[in-house]
Design a binder for this molecule. Structure first.
Ligand SMILES: Cc1ncc(COP(=O)(O)O)c(C=O)c1O
Length: 447
């Protein structure tokens, strides 16, 4: 048996040879189609996390796979020593879709944010106004490089890797007065997510962002919006800032842009672009023909298949149904948050997020746990209403089974524990061996 069919060997070599920084679920996938993933044993799962907001067109999209393979046959890499038409086309498309005048391409969200931080400082350096401080929000997430962990307002990501890079100031999210109070003569930029994705799907308030925009304009402070997770259709608009009636000075993108092919981008206005001159920044791989061709195809497909409308319609259904579940099971569902296809469902502590994600996986749905009590959905933009309905039905079923357990604890006055949920579910959730016996999803292939 080859390793691509051998889950035990896959796991063994991962544990033995890969750095142990991840906690993978007990599964490996061998193929995908549309919103579906198939594990090595042939079990089928509805992918409601989409590679963490990456697989915007789902799996195996014909336009994307053809574009990648035909580009690969022509040219994979040439470097930025030369022009390449795929990079030029992608820059043209992104600038025409957004507020931006200029793009810089790289390979990940963290790299895009590095470019944003550098250009914000460079802008003030070349203006000779000695500003370098960047205000970010507590509970934010901007990446794993040294500058982006410094930008990230969560001590846990920095604690082992000090000394911290200086020049970052953290303020509570959604608190305008805190931002105003943090401004000093050295403030170069304010850097924010419009929805804090990694810390539990917390959207910013519209008024908060609009006031910050005004403040930045008045004081020539640059507004950096990190759309690594929220960009490229995720919220039902091409970019999340469109929901807020503002435009940033700098925006970063990655995740959904390449539909699974690694690419990051930093977009900015002409004014901000003065913050970098020839030789100030660069990338060996960034802007390569393969990734740029993939990203052009993603943008084309979003338009051709009217995926923004799809996200709007299906997410309206999801929020409506999840809202009903919250009303029906107030003791189990604490809140439903987010926008479009970035949704956080927070449960009461009796339903731990890891346990809930595991139970859903055992029932054929992939979501990601964040924190102790929230699960995140970030499905491909192609998810259809009838597919979303399968998830709602399953979640309703899980909640129904668990509400009686919770009520028993409540009436006896004892404190329910997450393990009660786990144990109870382990009684009625069998790990699937033959999915087709237990699942009757009518699969719709996107191709
Ligand atoms: C808002 C945000 N910014 C930056 C990043 C970092 O992106 P990457 O993992 O591609 O470096 C992430 C990743 O989750 C993110 O959600």
């Amino acid at each position: 048996m080859t390793i691509d069919k051998d889950f035990e060997l896959t796991k063994k070599w991962d544990k033995q040879y890969c750095l142990g920084v991840f906690s993978p679920a007990d599964v490996a996938f061998s193929k995908g189609s549309g919103v579906w993933l198939y594990d090595m044993a042939g079990n089928k799962y509805m992918d409601l996390i989409g590679g963490i907001a990456v697989n915007s067109l789902g799996h195996g999209n014909t336009a994307l796979t053809s574009a990648i393979s035909s580009q690969a046959k022509k040219l994979i890499h040439v470097s930025n020593l030369y022009y390449n038409s795929q990079k030029s086309e992608l820059a043209y498309r992104l600038c025409n879709l957004s507020f931006a005048d200029k793009c810089f391409f790289c390979n990940s969200g963290a790299e895009a944010n590095e470019a944003a931080i550098k250009i914000a400082r460079g802008y003030h350096y070349y203006k000779e106004d000695n500003r370098y401080e960047i205000i970010t929000a507590t509970m934010s997430f901007h990446g794993r490089t040294l500058a982006t962990i410094a930008a990230t307002g969560q001590e846990k990501f920095r604690k082992a890797f000090g000394p911290d890079m200086p020049g970052f100031v953290y303020v509570p999210y959604n608190d305008y007065d805190a931002i105003e109070a943090a401004i000093t003569p050295h403030t170069a930029a304010i850097m924010l997510e419009l929805i804090q994705g990694e810390s539990g799907v917390h959207p910013a308030r519209k008024e908060y962002i609009q006031k910050i925009r005004k403040l930045c304009t008045e004081k020539d402070i640059l507004l950096i919006i990190d759309e690594v997770q929220t960009g490229i259709g995720r919220t039902g608009r091409m970019f999340c800032y469109e929901n807020y009636g503002i435009t940033p000075d700098i925006m970063t993108l990655a995740k959904g842009l390449g539909g699974g092919v690694p690419i990051g981008a930093m977009l900015c206005t002409d004014k901000v672009a003065t913050g970098m001159r020839k030789g100030d920044h660069g990338s060996t791989f960034g802007g390569g023909p393969l990734a740029c061709q993939a990203a052009c195809t993603v943008l084309e497909q979003i338009e051709e298949k009217e995926l923004l409308n799809n996200v709007g319609e299906v997410s309206e259904y999801l929020f409506y149904e999840l809202g009903k579940l919250k009303i029906k099971y107030p003791s189990l569902v604490n809140s439903v948050r987010g926008m479009g296809f970035l949704i956080g469902i927070e449960f009461n502590e009796i339903l731990g997020s890891v346990e809930m994600a595991q139970v859903l996986m055992n029932k054929g749905f992939l979501v990601s746990p964040i924190g102790n009590s929230t699960i995140r959905l970030a499905p491909p933009l192609i998810l259809k209403k009838y597919e979303a309905k399968k998830f709602i039905t399953t979640l309703a079923d899980i909640l129904k089974k668990n509400v009686s357990l919770h009520q028993t604890h409540a009436s006896s006055g004892s404190t329910p524990k997450a393990s009660s949920f786990e144990k109870k579910e382990s009684l009625d959730v069998t790990k699937r061996n033959n999915p087709d016996e237990k699942f009757d999803f009518d699969e719709e292939l996107e191709n």
